[in-house]
Design a protein around this ligand. Sequence first.
Ligand SMILES: Nc1ncnc2c1ncn2[C@@H]1O[C@H](COP(=O)(O)OP(=O)(O)OP(=O)(O)O)[C@@H](O)[C@H]1O
Length: 292
Amino acid sequence: MADLTGRTGERVPTVPTVPTVVVDGIDVVYRVGGTGAGRGSATAALHRMLRRPKTGKASGVRRVHAVRDVSFVAHRGEAIGLIGTNGSGKSTLLKAVAGLLPVERGRIYTDGRPSLLGVNAALMNDLTGERNVHLGGLAMGMSRAQVKEGYQEIVDFSGINEKGDFITLPMRTYSSGMAARLRFSIAAAKDHDVLLVDEALATGDRSFQKRSERRIRELRERAGTVFLVSHSNKSIRDTCERVLWLEHGELRMDGPTEDVLKEYERFTGGPDRTAPRPKPAPRPKAAPTASP
Ligand SMILES: Nc1ncnc2c1ncn2[C@@H]1O[C@H](COP(=O)(O)OP(=O)(O)OP(=O)(O)O)[C@@H](O)[C@H]1O
């Protein structure tokens, strides 16, 4: 089933040809410290050191191989869905494309600056929504005048003020859905060469999801490339014409949305049975590095 290069079915008629992201055989490895090798008494630790060769495990650092030998080419005007079961490597792949995680092996080429819009994208919790709109806009490279001009549209798009004047309150007072909506609205205010969206659509209510999907289509039409990570097969169907399916960090399938989703739904046991689980308790601190 693995198909790194070829599409599984016929090419969709609108597939454009200008490459914007080229991912060439990448591996991403996390290194996790504090995995328990140092537990127990000092003599027990000494014993372990003497007994075991100095592997990463013996030194208390474990490697998590999150993305394995993934290759694909994305084109201008494409909206590409990233699917896969929990822990299959979707967010890691997005972060690597955004340049936020080093790759262990392989190369990533991008045309233009990719912007990652994640549910965890950093805005300042203690600042008001209003200040965050300004700072977020500036951080994306908009001028003060552009931010000022687009401010009201961002607030209206987010719907934050629908139930009161929340935009002048600190973001820590927002529900997680409200915060995610504001993040999406800030990021969507600008045309991006490559926009990477991580689950943002799943967090808003239905009317916000509709607005977001429309906006993603617009961004795409304005010649950007959009990547969308989602557990909602419906969002993927509504937004993307191509899908990459990751499993155990490997690219299992790359092709037109319907072809890939059909196989994926067979694999997961039916449509949309893969709603995200609550995130597990925080992991031990990890330090991703490029060196072995
Ligand atoms: N900071 C980290 N440190 C160590 N391992 C990590 C870290 N982030 C992710 N991983 C591991 O990398 C693998 C891929 O995780 P990733 O978050 O990319 O998957 P995902 O497909 O986005 O999952 P989900 O659908 O649950 O959000 C998993 O095994 C996960 O435990």
